[in-house]
Structure formats: structure tokens, C-alpha cells
Design a protein around this ligand. Structure first.
Ligand code: PLP
Length: 411
């Protein structure tokens, strides 16, 4: 058998393993020093009680002949798809039908698997810096071309920098598929409706499709900011939205998310005929995906009960409060910061032009906190680091005391 050579083109991902090994080495050579993890990309609070109770009940269902569930529908159970259609969309004035919602085992799978429904030769646009799955999954599918100075020759890179506030803007070139993320990982910035409208206009003018990753939409508290791309006129014709219960409700270990493919989003076949992407995605999922488990989907459904909603708000509010403290403290300590107000991520600029890894080493050795070097998310992340609000409140407070102590001393 001949392998898929694209795997050999992919460089090793050293980011998280290097962070882990640097941390390990430091801890071994400095026993007794307490390093606070501000690089955590996973949630730390347990699953909301409403969800836990629902999952216990669902386990009991599996014990009885009359309520047992075998193979489930690949698109997801109606009870969860209806709850999403009503609570995540209709109640926000957005028309999304149950048929347009596909339950998944999380956003990462869908973001990667969507590549099955667009042509191998599609031109893909990605933000630099951005969530690495968009790039790597398209390279695996053969859309990267060659890697030159850290960039794939066939991709359109949407450069993010201080001048554009780390928000990608529509490029001059044509792209067929555009990955947008809001609130963004790693930069923590969130699109306004007007900014998203520019993207929808670009997609419509280019016959392109936007894959809108809103895994962090639960963190949006500013009422002016859109939670969904479908709040923008025209998006039902050009956008697929991918969401997750991972960061909303701590489902990183349970695995559940969903993808919305409106019936009106189309691509074109070889002969130029319009083809519904919803139909293709349904075919793809029924062929290759087993669906999320019954028990987990019951757990996700419970997040939309009145108790569930309160508990989700409390969990998200806890991380947002940490993020606020980090953003304000880093600003006070003289850093330029982005994000952290409608997002768990805070994107921090090196004050003296140090590289991402130099600032990582300085924070680890001198302040005893760990972060994620921004360059690991793309070349435009060089000179930045990412901090997260996912640690405990007390650890976050202690980390920020250390920051103020160290950087105020240097000022
Ligand atoms: N999208 C973004 C931007 C993320 O940061 C993550 C996880 O970190 C995901 C998607 C994946 O989410 P899930 O756990 O649902 O696969």
C-alpha cells in the first residue's frame, strides 16, 4: 500500500510537547518551586450538575428493555437538535431548522472532516496565527502545496497583527473555503457584526464558503457582538457554523458538539451545477460517523434546561473573571494585550521585542508561571504569548501577584 504522502509533509508539532518538557525540566531542577500553569487550554471545573443528573438518568435508560438505545441517528437525536434549534438559534432570532443541525463528538472532528465535502484543489484561507487544525487537516487532504519558510504555498494566509487588532480581513485574492474563528483561539478577539458582514460579502462575491468556528461563543458577554454568523444577513447562503460543548460546559472529556449546515449553502460540481452542502455532509456523516452517544447527548440537552443555563453561565463567568484579572494585570504591568473580555484567552505582546520562546523562558524562570508561545500558532504569533483563564481563581490571583511583583520591580 502506498501511504498518503501528505502526512510526511507535515512538520512535527512541537508546541505543547516543548512547553511540557521545559516545564518538567524546570520543576526537576527547582524542586519546591510552584509553577502556575497559565497555558492551560482545557477546562478545570467539573460538568454542570444538571448535565450529570441527566446522564445518570440516561445510563438507567440503558438498563431497561423499554428505554434502551442501540445505534443512534448519525445526525444526532431529535431531542438535542431541537433544543439547539430553539435555544441557540430561535431565541436569538435566528432561523435554523432541526434538519440543518448535525451533532458531533466535538468541533475538532468536524473542522477536519468537512474537508471531505470540498474539492482537493480548493483554495483555503486561514488566519495567521490560528487554531492549527485548519491548516494541518487541509494539508493531510492535499491542499497545502509545499511548505516554504513556515507557510504552505497553496493557502491564503490572513495575516493578523496589531494594526488590524488581530482580526483577519478579506484578502485581495480569491479563496474557496475560509476558516474564521470568533472568539478566536489564540488571540481572544471577537468579530463585530460589521466585520463579519465584510466576510459574508466576500464569500458571496467569491462563491466561497466560510467555516465559522464559534467554539467559544458562550464567552461573549457584550450584547453588541454576534454569537452566530447567522446574525449577519447573507450568511445562510455561504456559512457553515461549528460549535462545541467543550469550553461551554466542560465537555472536553465527554465529547459533544454540533455543526450547522443551512440547506441554502451550496457548492458547485464539475459541470457547474449547484449542490446542497447539507446533503453532502449528511451523506458523509451517515457513511463515516457513528454519532455521539445517547448518554452524552442527554447530558448536552440538559444544558438547555433552566438549571443547566444557570450553571453554564456560572462556569463560563468563573473563567471570564480570571481572564479579566489577567487582562487588567498584564496591562497594568505594561504589556499590550488583546482579548480576554469575551474570551478565555489573553494574547500578550512581548514588551521588548523578545521572541515568544524568550518571553516563555523569562516567565517560567523569573516569575514561575507558564504560558503558550504565540509562534506555535503561526509565524504571525512570533513575539506574543497566550495566557488562559482556565486555572483556578486562587492560582490566577497568585500568578498575577507574581507578575505585578516582578514587572513593577523592573519598571
Ligand atoms: N476550535 C477551537 C478554536 C478550539 O480552540 C478548540 C479546542 O481547543 C476546538 C475547536 C476543539 O473543540 P472540541 O473539544 O469540541 O473538539
Amino acid at each position: 500500500m502506498r501511504i498518503n504522502d501528505n502526512f510526511e509533509k507535515l512538520p512535527e508539532s512541537y508546541l505543547f510537547s516543548t512547553v511540557a518538557s521545559k516545564l518538567r525540566e524546570y520543576r526537576e531542577s527547582h524542586p519546591g518551586v510552584d509553577v502556575i500553569r497559565m497555558d492551560i487550554g482545557d477546562v478545570t471545573l467539573p460538568i454542570p450538575q444538571a448535565s450529570i443528573k441527566a446522564m445518570h438518568r440516561a445510563v438507567d435508560d440503558m438498563a431497561e428493555k423499554t428505554s434502551f438505545h442501540g445505534y443512534g441517528p448519525e445526525q444526532g437525536y431529535d431531542f438535542l437538535r431541537n433544543a439547539i434549534a430553539v435555544n441557540a438559534y430561535a431565541q436569538r432570532g435566528i432561523e435554523i431548522t432541526t434538519d440543518e443541525i448535525f451533532i458531533s463528538d466535538g468541533a475538532k472532528s468536524d473542522l477536519g472532516n468537512l474537508g471531505d465535502i470540498y474539492a482537493e484543489g480548493s483554495v483555503v484561507a486561514v488566519a495567521n496565527p490560528g487554531y492549527p487544525v485548519y491548516v494541518d487537516s487541509n494539508v493531510i487532504d492535499g491542499r497545502g502545496g509545499t511548505l516554504v519558510d513556515g507557510k504552505w504555498s497553496n493557502f491564503v494566509y490572513l495575516e493578523c497583527n496589531e494594526e488590524n487588532g488581530f482580526k483577519p480581513v478579506p484578502p485581495a485574492e480569491h479563496a474557496d473555503v475560509i476558516f474564521l474563528c470568533s472568539p478566536a483561539n489564540p488571540t481572544g478577539v471577537t468579530f463585530t457584526k460589521a466585520e463579519l458582514k465584510a466576510w459574508v460579502n466576500y464569500a458571496l462575491a467569491n462563491n466561497a464558503v466560510i467555516i465559522y468556528d464559534s467554539a467559544y461563543c458562550a464567552y461573549i458577554t457584550d450584547p453588541e457582538l454576534p454569537h452566530s454568523i447567522y446574525e449577519v444577513e447573507g450568511a445562510r447562503e455561504c456559512a457553515i457554523e461549528v460549535r462545541s460543548f467543550s469550553k461551554t460546559a466542560g465537555f472536553t472529556g465527554l465529547r459533544c458538539g454540533y455543526t450547522v449546515v443551512p440547506a441554502s449553502v451550496c457548492g458547485f460540481d464539475e459541470a457547474g451545477n449547484k449542490v446542497s452542502l447539507r446533503k453532502l455532509w449528511l451523506r458523509r456523516q451517515t457513511t463515516k460517523f457513528n454519532g455521539a452517544s445517547y448518554v452524552i447527548q442527554r447530558g448536552a440537552e440538559a444544558l438547555y434546561t433552566s438549571d443547566g443555563k444557570i450553571q453554564v453561565r456560572e462556569n463560563v463567568g468563573y473563567y471570564l473573571e480570571n481572564a479579566r484579572l489577567i487582562r487588567e494585570t498584564m496591562s497594568k504591568a505594561g504589556f499590550t494585550v488583546f482579548g480576554g473580555d469575551n474570551s478565555p484567552y489573553i494574547w500578550v505582546k512581548s514588551p521588548d521585542g523578545e521572541s515568544s520562546w524568550d518571553l516563555f523562558d523569562k516567565l517560567l524562570h523569573e516569575v514561575n508561571i507558564s504560558c503558550t508561545p504565540g509562534v506555535g500558532f503561526g509565524s504571525a504569533g512570533e513575539g506574543y504569548i497566550r495566557l488562559t483563564g482556565f486555572n483556578s481563581k486562587s492560582n490566577t490571583e497568585e500568578a498575577m501577584r507574581r507578575i505585578i511583583g516582578f514587572f513593577a520591580d523592573k519598571a
